[in-house]
Design a protein around this ligand. Sequence first.
Ligand SMILES: O=c1[nH]cnc2c1ncn2[C@@H]1O[C@H](CO)[C@@H](O)[C@H]1O
Ligand SMILES: [Zn+2]
Length: 373
Amino acid sequence: MTVSTPTPSPSAGSGSALTPELVRAVPKVLLHDHLDGGLRPATIVELAAEIGHELPATDAASLGDWFAESADSGSLVRYLETFSHTVAVMQRRDAITRIARECVEDLAADGVVYAEVRYAPELMVEQGLSLDEVVAAVQAGFDEAMSEAAAAGRPIVARQLLTAMRHQAMSREIAELAVAWRDRGVTGFDIAGAEAGFPPTRHLDAFEYLRRENAHFTIHAGEAFGLPSIWEALQWCGADRLGHGVRIIDDVEVGPDGQVSLGRLASYVRDKRIPLEMCPSSNVQTGAAASIAEHPIKLLADLRFRVTVNTDNRLMSRTSMSQEMWLLHTELGFDLDRLEWLTTNAMKSAFTHYDKRYALITEVIKPGYAALR
Ligand SMILES: O=c1[nH]cnc2c1ncn2[C@@H]1O[C@H](CO)[C@@H](O)[C@H]1O
Ligand SMILES: [Zn+2]
């Protein structure tokens, strides 16, 4: 059985001509960004030289090209192989703190006012750091950058999401780490890595634990694998949000007359306002979408799913929040109203407390957009 829904109408014009500068200036909210997918190429070069790690290119510009080109393979598995060179330089406390600080500096400079940045602590213990020391090192970098940004008049709130790798068996331990740190900068949990062959129910124990602890989590689902992965993430695991979730489009049917029908799962996702952490450029690189112009984000936004836009991996996709928004504008016609809607959706879907979300929406996001109209 399907649910009929009215044919979408295009969003109203906002009256303001968008420019890259304007998009950079508006307040932005980022829910899906990987710490180990956002390093500055120059930092990787420096840190690799210090530890004798061999890189595929030795100057920052060619290394940036190498990441973007290698990630552009049409396969999630090959895309993920490039992370071996970022994770390699994230094994020392001072290196992790620097990378975390630079991450938040770069986001603040791009106009991001609230960010949840994720990484897998279990990947950063090869040289003897404990999981706890890894989280502390990241938090030290976030704290430094948040203070700097506030002093510079460009405040940003940055929170950690702890990721467990779905092919490993550490999810329960990482979930416990997230709960242990929840009042000290960690705001949720996630699983990531190759999706096909590693269903979220492999980690049911971790998700059940988090639910008992009243904790929040998102799950990468519906990126390299389709509806069954999304269904498990929601109905077996109880995910609060979906990382990507782009394949929910497989449950949306557009008839020859333009009439749209939603299957039961797509209806559920829309009715329950399940946030979709969409990452357009990353999806094109891994083959989850053919192009930005054909990305399902347009139809899903028209149908008023709880859509958000995100960077995923700024290094591998050579992108930023401003760039993703600009692409949505140039390729799909998103106007300022729709960018504000995406931003408000993201803020409503954040894992920080309701009063903080409300304050950022009413005191920062709404006035920020109003001032630029
Ligand atoms: O788009 C993605 N899909 C699935 N896994 C990802 C994606 N981007 C990064 N990672 C994986 O998440 C780990 C922790 O940050 C990264 O090391 C990478 O393996
Ligand atoms: Zn991701």
